[in-house]
Ligand binder design. Sequence first.
Ligand SMILES: Nc1nc(=O)c2c([nH]1)NC[C@@H]1CN(c3ccc(C(=O)N[C@@H](CCC(=O)O)C(=O)O)cc3)CN21
Ligand SMILES: CC(C)C(=O)C(=O)O
Ligand SMILES: [Mg+2]
Length: 265
Amino acid sequence: MTTVASIREQDEAITVLTAYDAATAELVEAADIDVILVGDSLGNATLGYDSTLPVTMDDVARATDAVTRATDDTLVVTDLPFLSYGVETAQSLENAGRLLKESGAQAVKIESGPHTVDLTERLTQLGIPVMAHLGLTPQHVHGIGGYTRQGTTEERAAEIIDLAEAHQAAGAFSLVLEHVPREVGKAVTEAVEMPVIGIGAGPDTDGQVLVIDDAVGLSASVPPFAAAFGDVRTEMREAIEAYRDAVVSGSFPAEEHSHSEGLDL
Ligand SMILES: Nc1nc(=O)c2c([nH]1)NC[C@@H]1CN(c3ccc(C(=O)N[C@@H](CCC(=O)O)C(=O)O)cc3)CN21
Ligand SMILES: CC(C)C(=O)C(=O)O
Ligand SMILES: [Mg+2]
């Protein structure tokens, strides 16, 4: 059983994977992963977009519904999608609240910056735990000009450390740190008490997160910091081709897949 409270106390490295559907969530929970992130990366991974910007509240709510139906004791955190927060406070609170009230998430993740400190405090006060997200924030792809490594100068690294501290002070229970030099991963982890979950942030954070499609080897291409621990893409392609061949050759359906009532037709 992992909760917002228990991962703050966990000594062992914290394991996080994304999931967007019930079948995958069930497997992730069975493998004893601590946290499922219903990431807005579902836009790339399952909806075919080339960024996370088109992802809607309905998209993440529907995916969270599926994940929470399929799991019992895994901490489920859902990304607030692009512009579902930060435009109007009331709308930000309603959108975050919807994920807890209607979809069963236990926390939300927000791509963070100087503009999200107050929102993080307000959500936390209202009982909506917040995971902050610093370093590469993919919802800023157009402002950044690509998915480039962040915090690559001492000044930029210091800004990330300051923002991590500000979000911790605002009540964030954890922080995702994406695509930064390993020394920034280490420095941020040392600067804050809350668990830091790295993705492309080196080996010295309190845990790691990957997109499930990348981790199992389903994605056609992966970020430079991701690793595939399986080859689901090849497995699926071979199974699909074998199905096609079996139908065309007539070997499927076989005797055991066919039923007769002995009807005289
Ligand atoms: N499947 C998947 N995995 C992810 O980790 C992921 C997503 N989707 N979608 C949302 C973001 C996008 N991410 C990415 C995507 C690409 C790079 C990447 O290729 N970076 C290169 C090129 C940077 C550039 O010039 O644009 C690099 O060297 O940093 C990094 C992170 C991480 N997130
Ligand atoms: C990669 C993680 C951190 C994320 O934000 C996502 O999956 O959307
Ligand atoms: Mg995300």
